[in-house]
Design a protein around this ligand. Structure first.
Ligand SMILES: [Ca+2]
Length: 322
């Protein structure tokens, strides 16, 4: 195989299966000199990761992921769910969830103050959880930028439900508008011991109001975090917020697949992180939140209306029966 190094400057590494740094014997990894493009070849298949200023995009990821188990397979066993059944105004179930509070920007210069009040997070009485972002200033809320402009909620299953591998899905109706940023995601349960991003982060669904038809999936880990996270997006024919959709991943020891309404739009094999560490082989917990403003979505403007509501019909986790 010949590579034209004047057109495509590369460093070439061939790994052999020795010691802790083991890679498959037939794996060849190529990374451009400016570290912006990485090609992994394994078993005759190629995976290409291009890192842009906006972050990494996986252009081709047929590298090593095995076929997924069909969504309707009887091998999938429901191991955990919250169906959010109950009367309107009922608080979220604290046996499963903890709603974190604060207005420090949450690592992204966000503008909301998260509360655990039913005004921001409660059942809607119609079989969904409602996370509501409001334009309001609470008397005792202080945010990193001054008096808080918005309230919202962020609820996590840390220490209450954590798991490794499976199919994770939520049926949700998203809010909309400039500066609106709902997310359904997971963090490594070892978050407090090893810190972020060493814990790993799997973003099952992210949506930013300024791209009303797009859904993003991303992973973050050591040397591929923040704007350099590895992921991709899909563009729907209609604004995502128009109706309920099912957002899901299938996650196993080979990698992670992302779906909207059962259609796969992204697959990231282990090999996509190249020489960097794959940090997704341990327990993770779930997060649901509705951010207002931040570095990535930008901030609400005159076109943004409040309140904005993230409706969650259910969150379900399935694992494969032996
Ligand atoms: Ca429900």
């Amino acid at each position: 195989m010949a590579w034209d190094s004047t057109r495509f400057p590369v460093t070439l590494s061939v790994f052999r299966g020795v010691g802790a740094q083991t890679a498959l014997v037939d794996q060849v990894e190529i990374i451009t000199a400016d570290d912006t493009t990485q090609i992994t070849m394994q078993g005759g298949e190629a995976g290409i990761v291009t890192t842009t200023e906006e972050g990494a995009t996986v252009e081709e990821t047929n590298a090593t992921l095995a076929e997924t188990v069909p969504l309707d397979s009887e091998r999938w066993q429901l191991v955990w769910s919250d169906e959010f059944e109950g009367e309107a105004g009922t608080p979220i179930d604290t046996n499963s969830w903890t709603c974190e509070t604060g207005g420090h920007g949450w690592g992204n210069n966000e503008h909301e103050f998260y509360t655990d009040r039913v005004e921001n997070v409660s059942l809607d009485g119609n079989s969904s959880l409602a996370i509501v972002a409001r334009q309001e200033t609470l008397p005792d809320s202080q945010c990193w930028y001054g008096e808080c402009l918005y309230t919202s909620a962020r609820c996590i299953t840390k220490g209450k439900f954590e798991f490794q591998y499976g199919r994770v899905e939520a049926r949700m109706k998203l809010p909309y508008g400039q500066g609106i940023w709902p997310a359904f995601w997971m963090l490594g349960g070892n978050f407090e011991d090893v810190g972020w991003p060493n814990s790993g982060e799997i973003d099952i669904m992210e949506f930013i109001g300024k791209e009303p038809n797009s859904v993003y999936g991303t992973i973050h880990g050591p040397n591929y975090s923040g704007g350099s996270g590895i992921g991709g997006s899909t563009v729907l024919n209609q604004p995502v917020s128009d109706e309920f959709h099912i957002f899901a991943i299938q996650w196993d020891e080979n990698g992670i697949h992302w779906y909207v309404d059962g259609q796969r739009f992204l697959a990231i094999p282990k090999s996509a992180v190249g020489r960097r560490e794959w940090v997704f082989d341990h327990d993770f917990f779930l997060l649901l939140n509705l951010a207002v403003g931040g570095n990535w979505p930008g901030y609400p403007d005159a076109t943004t209306t409040f309140p904005q509501t993230l409706l969650v019909d259910y969150v379900r986790v399935y694992q494969l029966a032996d």
